[in-house]
Design a protein around this ligand. Structure first.
Ligand SMILES: C[S@@+](CC[C@H](N)C(=O)[O-])C[C@H]1O[C@@H](n2cnc3c(N)ncnc32)[C@H](O)[C@@H]1O
Length: 322
């Protein structure tokens, strides 16, 4: 542990890619960064691209143009990926006049056309987000995981989670009476319940869509080894590089918006110094009623519930006439 901390302290944040570097934050278009990266040199590519929904950092394009742009980037990513490497593309929905298009469904054929093989479609479930009034509120996004070949890195042991019944024993057969569980824990499965980064989250910065470090740690630990390169073409505020260097990997990413580049560098430096505050991996999700939070008890009786309902109705009418 001490050795690893000392090693982290030596890391410099570079502006351009070189195989000898440890952390690279490129301020510019990812296609330009990708040109600097040799064929087959990256073990894990993990990213959350713009969803083409008109966030402050993107220009909303026609879906066809957006997909063509993504295809150019995925093609270059595939070129830089090692034979045993993985690509994880974390996406939500594109929304067109209230109609949703799950981006993983329209991106899948692009990955398939480049010969990549899908290993999992991970559901990332979280509890906070926009409250929809004309459809059920969206409370998950997906991570689509592809590999370049059938001979790929997958380390389950570092990401196992506690069993539900670790004391369970075989009840019949030659192993009857022996414990049946793996003492290192169980496979975490393909539904991951991890809080998203909203205002109360310890990792929140001014970026509107950062992903939590713990989400990427699980991918880094299972799909790469120490000293391998991890690339994020849409780096945002540096989450993927933080997860990479935390576990002794090398991290590289591109970001076009300079204010996010500055935040990314600052967070990575804090990580190197051991001062970055993050939500620990595998920490159970906070349960307010179990924690005794008083506002989890409904304050209504029949009469006050009716008053509250009519107040809400008035608000709805007001916002509909705006
Ligand atoms: C969904 S956010 C990623 C946030 C990131 N996962 C994090 O945790 O901070 C997408 C980011 O890609 C950046 N971006 C958009 N187009 C880009 C491009 N062509 N090259 C590099 N970055 C780009 C945007 O500015 C935005 O910060």
């Amino acid at each position: 542990m001490i050795e690893k901390t000392l090693m982290l302290r030596k890391i410099n944040i570079s502006k351009n890619f070189h195989l000898n570097n440890h952390a690279v934050v490129y301020n510019g278009n990812c296609l330009d960064l990708l040109k600097e990266i040799p064929d087959g040199s990256i073990q894990l590519i993990v990213t959350s691209p713009p969803y083409n929904i008109g966030k402050e950092y993107e220009k909303k394009l026609k879906l066809k143009s957006y997909l063509a742009q993504q295809a150019r980037i995925i093609k270059e990513c595939t070129r830089t990926l090692s034979g045993s490497g993985s690509i994880c593309w974390q996406v939500g929905n594109y929304v067109d006049k209230g109609s949703i298009i799950p981006l993983d469904t329209v991106l899948y054929p692009i990955f398939q056309d480049f010969g990549l093989k899908m290993r999992n479609r991970i559901i990332w479930h979280f509890e906070h987000g926009l409250h929809c009034s004309k459809r059920f509120s969206g409370r998950y996004e997906t991570i689509i995981w592809f590999t370049k070949s059938n001979d790929y890195v997958f380390n389950l042991d570092p990401v196992r989670i506690p069993q539900k019944y670790p004391g369970k024993k075989h009840f019949k057969g030659p192993k009857a009476g022996q414990y049946s569980c793996n003492p290192l824990g169980k496979n975490p499965g393909d539904i991951w319940v991890i809080p998203n980064v909203k205002s109360n989250h310890v990792e929140k910065t001014e970026h509107p869509c950062q992903f939590p470090v713990e989400l990427i740690e699980r991918l880094v630990l299972s799909m790469s080894y120490e000293d391998d390169w991890v690339l994020d073409p849409f780096l945002g505020v540096g989450t993927s590089i933080i997860a990479a260097i935390r576990h002794g990997r090398r991290g590289v990413g591109a970001e076009t918006v300079t204010k996010y580049v500055d935040i990314a560098k600052n967070r990575i430096q804090q990580e190197v110094n051991g001062t970055l505050r993050t939500r620990p991996m595998n920490k159970p999700v906070y349960n307010p009623s179990q924690a005794g939070n008083h506002i989890t008890t409904a304050p209504w009786d029949k009469k006050t519930a009716a008053v509250q309902k009519s107040l809400l109705k008035q608000e709805e009418v007001k916002s509909a006439t705006k």
